[in-house]
Unconditional design. Sequence first.
Length: 82
Amino acid sequence: MIRSKKSRIEELDSIFNLNIIAMFRISRAAVKHLKEGDFIINTASVNGFKGNEMLLDYTSTKGASRRLRCRCRCSSSRKAFG
């Protein structure tokens, strides 16, 4: 495994920006174009369900993406991303 020269916090920020913040921003932009009955499909790896002790930072973003999807299902998408 090749380690970057980023600090652990920088790596965590980078992974969250890629896996969570980007998903939120893209979904927020897309919701403006949805019509009645349309929906957004976001995917995540199995790590969000079962975890992976070797990929704690990555696994936490996948768990967060599951919660984001639940939040969107449980409320109006326009309210969730408003």
